[in-house]
Design a protein around this ligand. Structure first.
Ligand SMILES: [Zn+2]
Length: 293
């Protein structure tokens, strides 16, 4: 069975024997709501999307996992931010509860973005309290509810769940960044410094990706944000890991079109999901033996 909230999200359920794996792509949505009312150029706004990330992981349901994707764009409302991570300067009026703007919000990249990237504002006005509240109720609340239900369901059935929060990152490969000594990796894994999943999960994913020829960094620049923070409770056998992949590996960052290398990356990610099935089943077996002993 699958499920959809039009304009908000979809959930694709396992099409084979279910495994305790849940994947979600919160930033690949590209359906721009009519009430967005942005003022920046559309093609620039679209560069905020994690384009095609849902497609990179689309083999998950056929392999027995659940896959969830946002339909709304991340520049409209970012499901990977806390509900109080709001910039007071963006609001026309007083927000009814205390705000806790993060460093991301201070640079304009909070729950409701002020800029596409530094120097490119999204609005030429402030947003009303009702406007922001509406976005939260329509997009943020159901996204987290559906993801939480999927992880809880798998956890109830298997006793453990491994969740992967899927993203892509703008490439750091430009001459400018490398001159600055900026980081440069094909994948960055984030478990908020070892707090959102068991270390074996992060290590396994890193090993699998490196075995396929990719460079991997862990908790550098991208440590994981709200989604892995909410889902990750390793002591309760709920493991959550963020994976960022360099966009230059699968798309043209100017035209936002897939590159010829897309299919290879998708095949490698499919291989990773298959390997994760083996990992999850081995971990469940280890726990079963520990409990018997
Ligand atoms: Zn993202």
């Amino acid at each position: 069975m699958s499920f959809e909230i039009p304009g908000v999200l979809w959930r694709r359920d396992p099409q084979a024997a279910e495994v305790p794996l849940v994947f979600d792509s919160p930033h690949s949505g590209s359906s721009y709501p009519e009430d967005f009312c942005f003022c920046c150029p559309f093609e620039v706004l679209r560069t905020a999307e994690d384009s095609f990330v849902d497609e990179l992981y689309s083999a998950a349901p056929a392999l027995g996992a659940t896959l969830i994707g946002a339909v709304f764009p991340r520049s409209y409302l970012d499901a990977n931010r806390a509900v109080n991570d709001i910039d007071a300067a963006l609001i026309d009026g007083m927000w009814p509860s205390p705000l806790a703007p993060s460093h991301k919000t201070r640079s304009g990249l909070g729950l409701v973005r002020r800029v596409v990237r530094p120097g490119i504002p999204i609005y030429e006005r402030k947003l009303s309290v009702d406007e922001i509240r509406g976005r939260l109720e329509r997009c943020h609340t159901p996204y987290h509810r559906v993801l939480d239900e999927a992880c809880q369901r798998a956890h109830r059935k298997f006793g453990s769940v491994w969740h992967v929060n899927c993203h892509s990152m703008p490439s750091q490969r430009s001459a400018k960044s490398s001159k600055k000594g900026g980081h440069c990796a094909d994948f960055v894994l984030g478990d908020r410094d070892g707090t959102t999943c068991e270390p074996e999960f992060t290590a396994f994913v890193a090993r699998e990706l490196r075995a396929r020829g990719y460079t991997v960094r862990i908790n550098e620049v991208y440590k994981g944000v709200e989604i892995v923070k909410r889902q990750g409770r390793p002591a309760a056998h709920r493991h959550s890991l963020q994976i960022e992949v360099d966009r230059a590996l699968y798309m043209d960052q100017k035209t936002l079109e897939k590159s010829a290398a897309f299919d290879q990356l998708r095949a490698d990610i499919t291989g990773l999901i298959e390997a994760l099935k083996g990992f999850a089943s081995a971990r469940l077996e280890e726990r079963r033996v520990e409990n018997v002993v």
